[in-house]
Write a protein that binds this ligand. Structure first.
Ligand SMILES: C[C@](O)(CO)[C@H](O)COP(=O)(O)OP(=O)(O)OC[C@H]1O[C@@H](n2ccc(N)nc2=O)[C@H](O)[C@@H]1O
Ligand SMILES: Nc1ncnc2c1ncn2[C@@H]1O[C@H](COP(=O)(O)OP(=O)(O)OP(=O)(O)O)[C@@H](O)[C@H]1O
Length: 288
């Protein structure tokens, strides 16, 4: 069995520039991987079948699974006769704004490149990934990056200043399409992406904290007031900066002291089931 780690991402910034004539929005965002990961196991099979195995009953076991779609895309594109059993050990909360399904697809692409001896470059894997979902190319590379276009154009960035990250996910799932659909661009406050990149370049933690921003936040906050409540609690408990990731509903807080991280974690556990303390995973992926 070949095992590949599939880490979650958070959006340090998420700006939307305009609505495109296709069903996408033009975005400009900074994403970074965190050490909360699913584990993907790949085992070759000779019968041509793609089989998804997961103990988590919320993970689809058919062609709706992004890892399945990744394997099918590779089979069809490169006329592969072999099949694969894909085991998904799920740690990343589902429909959380943490790109769990996208990361599973990306890990499957990287793994199949090895299992089926495809010799594709990481750029070619990312291009394939864009056919599955907007977040998949970033997940193929990992690390930290600026993503533009509908999310598929990736420019590597240095690792952000070191800190702890507390994640809290309220008990609701959010549809990304609904959140983009509810966005009204007139009057939105755009994050300053250039300033955030400068803060990352300079490893300036305080400047990074000041430049976080996500234009989708207000849409999700209006739909789900419990997200606002978690944001307020995180601030009250002492996080240096607090933001919703992606289309939500997961909220993350940046903290530069271990003691404060523990206090925030313990304080949030009181009223939120899914709370995690994680670190940034600075490194970019090499091929699996
Ligand atoms: C919110 C983010 O997770 C931030 O990283 C991404 O922008 C969304 O990435 P994703 O979940 O991989 O999104 P996709 O599966 O490609 O698209 C789901 C739906 O979200 C909307 N969508 C997505 C990306 C984008 N740039 N504009 C959009 O309007 C579209 O309605 C699309 O049909
Ligand atoms: N491998 C997978 N793991 C989890 N969910 C999956 C997977 N494949 C498909 N899905 C479906 O995708 C939907 C979104 O789940 P996912 O966890 O990827 O959302 P997300 O983290 O909010 O994504 P993003 O941050 O990219 O918008 C779920 O409703 C789920 O049924």
């Amino acid at each position: 069995m070949l095992y590949i780690k599939a880490p979650a991402k958070i959006n340090l910034t998420l700006d939307v520039l305009y609505k495109r004539p296709d069903h996408y929005h033009e975005v400009d965002m900074i994403m970074t991987t965190i050490d909360l990961s699913d584990r993907i196991g790949l085992e070759a099979r000779q019968d041509g079948v793609i089989k998804i195995i997961s103990a988590d009953r919320f993970v689809p076991s058919d062609e709706r699974n992004f890892a399945y779609q990744a394997a099918k895309l590779v089979q069809d594109t490169y006329k592969i006769k072999e099949g694969v059993s894909i085991t998904i050990d799920k740690e990343i909360p589902i429909a959380a704004g943490l790109a769990g399904g996208s990361s599973d697809a990306a890990a499957t692409l990287r793994g199949l490149n090895e299992l089926w001896n495809l010799n594709l470059t990481i750029d070619e894997l990312a291009e394939l990934g864009a056919q599955i979902g907007s977040d998949v190319p970033f997940c193929v590379y990992g690390g930290t990056a600026r993503a533009t276009g509908h999310g598929e154009k990736i420019e590597e960035l240095p690792t952000p200043p070191n800190c702890w990250i507390v994640l809290a996910k309220p008990k609701i799932g959010v549809s990304t399409a609904d959140v983009y659909g509810g966005l009204r661009l007139d009057g939105v406050v755009h994050p300053n992406t250039a300033k955030a990149i400068e803060a990352i370049d300079n490893k300036d933690y305080e400047a990074l904290c000041k430049s976080l921003g996500n234009v989708l936040e207000n849409v999700t906050l209006k739909l789900h007031p419990e997200v606002s409540m978690i944001k307020e609690q995180m601030y009250r408990l002492g996080a240096d900066a607090v933001l919703m990731s992606g289309s939500g509903p997961t909220v993350f807080g940046l903290v530069d002291s271990e003691a404060r991280t523990a206090r925030i974690y313990n304080g949030l556990r009181g009223f939120c089931d899914e709370v995690y303390t994680v670190r940034l995973l600075g490194e970019r992926n090499t091929l699996a």
